[in-house]
Design a protein around this ligand. Structure first.
Ligand code: 26Q
Length: 812
């Protein structure tokens, strides 16, 4: 798409204006950084203008709006995305080139804001892209973390974390709205006063923090909509704490700002359970309270009443992290707008919906009740009352069934259970893949499902294919434009038409050539960054995702060690050269995950040193895997490893990004892999291993990894080889981990799935040599990926959960 209304010379003038106003310089004298900022500011202005038109329409058409609440938005870089969406990339490229600057270098100058951990945060970003492109009235709410997700350095095989100071160059997109602040209260004492038959809640001695919005505009592809992602930053309200000040405690009044200073300082770098930290709870409440006050103020300004809130507002909580929306909305409706309990509750449940992203019990958020009460006293009172009424209702439905009621209770054993609160306070609860949504109903939410089955549904995740295909793989998307027209860019299911070309030899060759060029592009970038070479004629086997036991990077390691062992035992064996690429960060306190990184690195070094294997196998651990690296890695991938233990990965979205770029998946029947297999058929995906049901049964029967170890010579050798260590590095603890741990050995059943994995991988390896056949199957994967676009996911949310429609383009 090209926007023809703006010319190269317009852009030159706009940039000249920005350079002069902001830096007092000219196009001739500007530095690269000044040019970078001038470009961003110009695009930001264009988006602002476009957004104000869109906002007017939303207001005028009285559209229902969705507010997507999430503690993370892993947006990635924005410049290329915005220029392509606005259809002005070519004009910018030419204007800049005339000034002696290369647009690609400007792109590379933009930091990649790491405002998220992984899948959940990236999903939120993909959804914003799709909501905007489809012209839905949507706003994202999150926090403006001063430090995003840490940068990862690998020092002698060890992960070392360094701070991500993205704000230093990344804040150019942000528009601070100091005129739109709200205040959020923590702690203090609550008292109740009856005033004219009305109960008044009085909060005293609280800590007050100001929430300042920083807005980031999100563009859509050829859309009328420009959405807003509002990031809240904490600012000290009591910098001049008047009370202390007047009491003459000047120094204390000025210094007493710790909560505000730390509140939005850093993103928690863990994507599973974390000891309930008071700061995290405060961050969650800060997000929720500021956002809800904002939503309510906007709603009142349009409608003057809250009685129609559920008809005009949908609030979505992405996982339980923003679940305090439920009691906070109750608080606002009752304490400020004098709603009765019943009508407030009715409003809340009709407004809020919730997505669950995990079934692992240890990852379900629970807060210590005392800590919760101290930090959020009024919210605690409300949660207690929600719980009291809910348990009373349950008592009527299940008289005497204490076990069930205590399982379903929101507060129990000194803990506040956020998942229970989320289910009870939402009108709809969804999982993120078919399998996951079924498991939710059968396990963690079984009692709720039996009580209110109509609440539960599924929306399979999707990806912003414009970023992950069009932007990341321009050669493949140019080929699609040529063969099936660019319609798939806004109608991703049209990508299915590409299947017609699977027997067209020239297209098969073109797809293969594109894969190779993308491997070269990746290898070049890798060489530039690390000064090390990768053989682009080797097969690229990639596992890129957070480092987690359940994702089973260890199973992949066992496979590589077994292949290595084959060469050692028979050095003349013919084996296709393979490069195993790993990418991903370990939570800083997750020692096992850090050990897995060290194992991968040391295995890589050992193989590099070994003349028998050199040039045939290579293991690469990619330091600092992030959105930008993913964008060039996925188009270069031949085999995508999606090998989690069945039943553990809620969906996975990386799998879809690889698929749409023509990689073959080697995977278990877990998460979205199940639906990917349905989409392409068994011949076009490499499925192995236990099913979720079999995992369950084996678990119940009693899992003994030792039996699998004893039965498979190959597996035994691989495990033993790891335990002997590499290059003097000790990995003997893995014997305990895999085999002898008294608690539970091999908790994610790597050993049980090993043989099936190894033989399936080898089948893929053989198939890779049948080059045309392989590429045909890659084409089928690309063509089958349309369903996994987030345009489809958000449409399902819009139609089935939020009940919102796109703006009417023709209406003014
Ligand atoms: C919780 C409490 C305290 C601190 C941090 C957290 C926390 C933070 C992030 C807990 C979980 C997360 C992120 C979870 C996540 O990314 N889940 C993934 O979500 C994807 C999108 O639905 C799925 O595809 C993945 O399967 C799922 O693992």
């Amino acid at each position: 798409m090209t926007n023809t209304t703006i010319t190269q010379s317009d852009i030159h003038n706009i940039l000249a204006g920005k350079l002069s106003r902001h830096f007092g310089t000219t196009c001739e004298d500007a530095t690269k950084n000044q040019i970078y900022k001038a470009v961003l500011l110009s695009v930001r202005d264009m988006l602002t203008d476009k957004r104000s038109v869109f906002k007017r329409k939303v207001k005028k058409q009285h559209k229902k709006r969705v507010y997507y609440m999430c503690m993370e938005f892993l947006i990635g870089r924005s410049l290329k995305n915005n220029l392509q969406n606005l259809g002005i990339e070519q004009q910018f490229r030419s204007a800049l080139s005339e000034m002696g600057f290369d647009l690609d270098e400007i792109y590379a100058h933009e930091p990649d804001p790491g405002l998220g951990n992984g899948g959940l945060g990236r999903l939120a970003a993909c959804f914003m892209d799709s909501l905007t492109t489809s012209n839905y009235p949507a706003t994202g709410f999150s926090l403006c973390y001063e430090y995003g997700f840490f940068h990862q350095r690998i020092v002698d095989g060890n992960q070392v974390e360094t701070p991500d100071t993205w704000m230093q160059t990344g804040d150019t997109w942000l528009v601070p709205r100091t005129d739109k602040t709200f205040s959020v209260k923590f702690g203090g004492k609550i008292s109740e006063k009856w005033d004219n038959g009305r109960l008044e809640i009085i909060n005293t001695d609280y800590d007050e923090v100001e929430a300042v919005p920083y807005d980031m505009m999100i563009s859509g592809y050829d859309s009328e909509a420009v959405s807003n992602l509002r990031l809240w930053k904490a600012r000290d309200l009591s910098n001049f704490n008047m009370k202390l000040f007047t009491q003459g405690q000047y120094m204390q009044a000025v210094q007493n700002n710790t909560l505000a200073e730390t509140l939005t300082r850093v993103l928690y770098p863990s994507d599973d359970h974390e000891e309930g930290k008071i700061l995290r709870l405060s961050q969650q409440y800060f997000l929720v309270s500021a956002s809800l006050q904002n939503i309510i103020a906007d709603h009142i300004s349009v409608y003057g009443t809250l009685s129609n809130l559920p008809e005009k507002v949908a609030i979505h909580i992405n996982d339980t992290h923003p679940a305090l929306c439920i009691p906070e909305l109750m608080r606002i409706l009752m304490d400020i707008y004098s709603f009765s309990w019943e009508s407030a509750w009715d409003t809340v449940v009709k407004t809020v919906s919730y997505t669950n992203h995990t079934v692992m019990p240890e990852a379900l958020e629970k807060w210590n009740e005392d800590l919760f009460r101290l930090r959020l006293p009024r919210i605690y009172m409300i949660v207690c009352e929600i719980n009291r009424r809910y348990c009373a209702d349950l008592w009527n439905i299940y008289p005497g069934d204490w076990d069930r009621i205590s399982r379903m209770s929101i507060i129990a054993n000194g803990q506040v259970r956020m998942a229970n609160l989320s289910v009870v306070g939402s009108h709809t609860v969804n999982g993120v893949s078919k399998l996951h949504s079924e498991i939710l109903k059968e396990t963690v939410f079984h009692d709720y499902y039996k009580t209110t089955p109509e609440k539960f549904t599924n929306v399979t995740n999707g990806i912003a294919h414009r970023r992950w295909l069009c932007e990341g793989n321009p050669m493949l998307s140019a080929l699609l434009d040529k063969t099936i027209t660019p319609a798939y860019r806004t109608d991703p299911e049209k990508i299915a038409e590409f299947a017609r070309f699977k027997d067209d030899q020239s297209i098969v060759e073109a797809v293969r050539e594109i894969k190779h060029r993308n491997k070269e592009r990746f290898a070049d970038a890798y060489f530039k960054k690390f000064g090390r070479k990768i053989d682009t004629h080797s097969l690229f086997d990639v596992q890129a995702k957070r480092i987690h036991e359940y994702k089973r990077q260890l199973l992949n390691v066992l496979k590589i060690v077994a292949l290595y062992d084959e060469i050692k035992q028979n050095p003349n064996i013919s084996m296709r050269p393979q490069t195993f690429l790993f990418g991903g960060k370990a939570a800083p306190g997750y020692y096992r995950a850090k050990d897995i990184i060290r194992l991968i690195c040391k295995l890589g070094d050992e193989i590099d040193r070994d003349p028998d294997v050199k040039g045939r196998l290579k293991v690469v651990f990619l330091e600092e895997y992030n959105v930008s690296t993913a964008e060039i890695l996925m188009p270069a991938t031949d085999i995508s490893e999606q090998i989690s233990l069945a039943g553990k990965e809620a969906s996975g979205t990386g799998c879809m990004k690889f698929m749409i770029n023509g990689a073959m998946t080697v995977g278990t029947l877990d998460g979205a892999n199940v639906e990917m297999a349905d989409a392409v058929g068994d011949d076009n995906i490499y499925i192995f291993g236990l099913t979720a049901r079999e995992v369950d049964e084996l678990w119940k029967r009693g899992y003994h990894s030792m039996l699998f170890y004893r039965e498979s010579e190959r597996l035994k050798n691989a495990v033993d080889r790891i335990c002997r260590g590499f290059g003097g590095e000790d990995f003997s603890d893995f014997e305990n981990y895999f085999l002898t741990n008294q608690n539970i050995a091999d908790p994610y059943m790597c050993l049980a799935d090993f043989d099936s994995y190894f033989s399936t991988y080898n089948r893929a390896l053989d198939d890779y040599d049948k080059r045309d056949e392989w590429t045909k199957r890659a084409i089928i994967n690309i063509a089958g990926a349309g369903y996994f676009a987030s345009d489809r996911s958000v449409r399902e949310y819009a139609e089935n959960i939020w009940h919102i429609t796109p703006i009417d383009k023709d209406e003014k």
